[in-house]
Write a protein of this length. Structure first.
Length: 472
């Protein structure tokens, strides 16, 4: 049976009495108010799940009260009740967030169904918002991997941008650095997170179709326009539009994009009407746009319009400390049930390679190694020839830095591998040792070294570990 609170707001005592009788018969807890001011006070104190609200009240109109309830969050759902429904009142109330209108004299069967639908819709909306929040918490940054100082600084900057009011953001970085992931991180940590994130690769759309793709088109605007279609700007209204490879946009389209950014209006192809849009535009490029506008291949005014807030993503060679974590991430992706290990020699090669293709190249390398390897260990021979050559670190790293990084990175990779295997073995130490190819005593020593907690009784686990290490 329902247990929700229902607030009845009506200046007629008999109407309130009849509504209370029916609501309590249906299992609801009822509250009553004769005036708008009394209803606001009750709503603030009791937070009703549903309000049955008369349009005509002695001190304030029901429409005004509806607006105040919605603004203050004092009611999750509102059903308007009136003996004289006016079309303008109905339209305004629905626009302000009323669930439905019920006419007087009341049809209680209709009212019961409407109340049930309103409460169920509210419950579903709350669940959806909760799930969206959980998805955002899990996906906001999950694909942006890195603990190096450069990445830590970058993600701190991303959080600031996400919280800002900036409506144009430019992301610059070499190919394969993850510009799309940074764009998603900005969107899903912003106040626009519940709206759409729409992405387009500007180099992948023919010039003749780009305008219709971005701004939409009317039916018959061109040969294949058999129906009206919204453009990406309208699809992203309230949210974020990600323009990847903005440097490849033709000059004519650059001028039209600039106009939309300035006027915040779009005009579909074949239409004379303009549609207002509220869109955060994130543009990304691997080109030097400053040089491009100086040579005339990119509009100077568009460059400065986009360059209000700029995010620079460091190439992988400048954040080598993140390589072991990225390797572990890709292993989890490509072999979620198999505890593959990376040998010290293979990791050394991975750390010393310059990665001109950045993170994308590293992912392809791991995918290749998993496919060609023995499904147990990734060794040097499983790596592509260019990486296998064990090139010395670039001039950006001294030999001492490279050696130090290699030692630290290998230790971190070993720790993550043990953690992964221990989780897959569900805490079974004997099975974990077998999967890793090491004795139980060696496993205990490594668990203690990397401060990996043993499952079960902590004190007993420490005694077991100490006993095994001592026996060793």
């Amino acid at each position: 049976m329902p247990t929700e609170k229902v607030l009845i707001v009506d200046d007629e005592r008999l109407v309130r009495w009849s509504l209370r009788q029916k609501c309590e018969e249906w299992g609801y807890h009822t509250l009553e108010a004769e005036t708008g001011s009394a209803a606001l006070k009750i709503a603030r104190n009791e937070s009703p799940d549903l309000v049955l609200l008369d349009v005509r009240l002695p001190d304030i109109s029901g429409i005004q009260l509806l607006e105040q309830l919605k603004q203050s969050g004092g009611a999750r759902a509102v059903i308007m009740i009136t003996a004289d429904p006016q079309l303008e009142d109905v339209k305004l109330a629905l626009k302000l967030g009323a669930f439905d209108f019920i006419g007087k004299p009341l049809d209680f069967e209709e009212l019961e169904v409407t109340m049930r639908n309103a409460l169920e819709t509210t419950r579903l909306r709350t669940e959806v918002e909760s799930l969206r929040g959980e998805v955002r918490r899990r996906t906001g940054y999950h694909d942006v991997i890195g603990v190096s100082p450069r990445m830590t600084e970058l993600m701190g900057f991303v959080r600031k941008i996400a919280d800002s009011e900036a409506t144009t953001i430019l992301i610059q970085g070499e190919s394969g650095t993850g510009k799309d992931l940074i764009a998603k991180a900005i969107h899903y940590q912003s106040r626009r997170q519940d709206k759409s994130f729409v992405a387009i690769n500007c180099s992948a759309i023919p010039e003749t179709l780009m305008e219709a793709e971005l701004f939409g088109h009317e039916r018959g605007a061109f040969t294949d326009a058999k129906a009206m279609k919204k453009g990406l700007f309208e699809m992203a209204d309230g949210g974020t539009l990600f323009l990847d490879e903005i440097g490849e946009l033709p000059l004519e389209m650059q001028a039209k994009l600039l106009r939309v950014l300035q006027e915040k209006e779009v005009r579909p192809v074949g239409s004379n009407d303009r549609h207002t849009v509220d869109v955060r535009v994130i543009a990304a490029t691997n080109r030097d746009l400053e040089s491009a506008y100086r040579t005339g291949t990119f509009r100077k005014d568009l460059y400065f319009r986009l360059n209000v807030v700029t995010v620079h993503i460091p190439p992988l060679r400048e954040r080598r400390a993140d390589i072991p974590m990225l390797v572990h991430h890709f292993l989890n992706h490509y072999t979620p049930t198999k505890p593959l290990q990376v040998t010290a020699a293979a990791m050394k090669s991975l750390l010393q390679y310059d990665w001109p293709g950045n993170v994308r190249e590293l992912e392809n390398c791991i995918a290749r190694a998993v496919t060609l390897g023995d499904q147990q260990t990734i060794d040097v021979q499983d790596l592509p020839p260019a990486i296998r050559s064990e090139q010395p670190a670039t001039s950006e790293m001294t030999p001492q830095d490279a050696a130090s990084l290699s030692t630290t990175a290998l230790a971190e990779m070993e720790r993550m591998t043990i953690l992964r295997v221990f989780e897959q073995a569900h805490g079974d130490k004997a099975l974990a040792g077998k999967m890793l190819g090491i004795s139980r005593a060696t496993l205990y020593r490594k668990l203690k070294r990397y401060n990996i907690a043993l499952r079960g009784n902590p004190e007993q686990g420490e005694k077991e570990a100490a006993a095994h290490v001592a026996a060793r």
